[in-house]
Design a protein around this ligand. Structure first.
Ligand SMILES: O=P(O)(O)OC[C@H]1O[C@H](O[C@H]2O[C@H](CO)[C@@H](O)[C@H](O)[C@H]2O)[C@H](O)[C@@H](O)[C@@H]1O
Length: 240
């Protein structure tokens, strides 16, 4: 991995979780959070004056459970729900995936062994990582369900399709943070790994910052992202 760039105290750092801070696992509940990760994130946040946020597709309470005891500023469910630095939580979309759709997803996938329906507050992820043979079935199902409702869209994710309400994404979430202290006026740096992170990369770059991709900038290794975060913490502490 090449040295990316010299860490700057005036950065605002935005970090995706799955595939960026932690390795991908067969099922969402199987992920392993390295024991030193919460402490590392706290150290980097402190060096940046609190300008560090998690920007994830996960539900907010899952983010908090994964990163416990930390409760960082966070965008959950791809920007649908945002927790600002003062702890207030904002819902940034007008609607949530209807109960009737959630039921339909459970019923219509029940015989597809290995397909997992991950319910969140505003959105739903349908995972086929354990049953790749059902990719097209899952795609067709979510497309059918959402076809007549322009308030929702299908987001292709890592071995999953997500149904989410339109109106918010990781880019809008980063913009929201950049309007708020201590993020305001800083240079945004967003680290992510997949197609669901593209809106975030675009906003960070448009604002004069960086979009760092795990595959391109960290050799595809979450361990390299964590190692880089340690370097950021150390270099900002020493003022180099
Ligand atoms: O935005 P992220 O923090 O990267 O979260 C994206 C989704 O992550 C989870 O699913 C993905 O990770 C799982 C665990 O490694 C994996 O089994 C699955 O195949 C991936 O799609 C989570 O379950 C989703 O709700 C998030 O949107």
């Amino acid at each position: 991995m090449e040295r990316i760039t010299v860490p700057q105290r005036h950065w605002a750092l935005f970090l995706d979780i799955d595939g960026t801070l932690i390795d991908i696992a067969p099922r969402p509940q199987d992920v392993v959070v390295p024991a030193d990760l919460p402490g590392l994130l706290q150290a980097v946040s402190d060096r940046l004056g609190g300008a560090l946020a998690l920007v994830s597709g996960r539900a907010l309470e899952i983010i908090d459970r994964l990163m416990a005891p930390l409760r960082l500023p966070a965008a959950a469910e791809h920007g649908a729900i945002v927790r600002l630095p003062d702890g207030s939580v904002q819902t940034c979309v007008a609607r949530s995936v209807p109960l009737s759709w959630r039921k339909r997803l459970r019923v219509e996938t029940k015989d597809w062994t290995g397909v997992l329906v991950g319910e969140k507050h505003a959105s739903v992820a349908v995972h086929y990582r354990l049953a790749p043979e059902h990719e097209e079935d899952v795609r067709a199902l979510v497309m059918r369900i959402t076809a007549d409702d322009p308030d929702f869209e299908v987001l292709p994710a890592r071995m999953a399709f997500e149904i989410r309400p339109r109106g918010a994404d990781k880019g809008t979430a980063i913009r929201r943070f950049l309007e708020t202290a201590p993020f305001r006026g800083r240079v945004p740096v967003f680290v992510g790994d997949d197609v669901t992170d593209e809106d975030g990369f675009a906003v960070a770059r448009d604002a004069g910052g960086l979009g760092l991709h795990v595959a391109r900038d960290f050799d595809g290794e979450t361990a390299n992202v964590r190692r880089w975060l340690k370097t950021v913490a150390t270099e900002l502490a020493s003022g180099t």
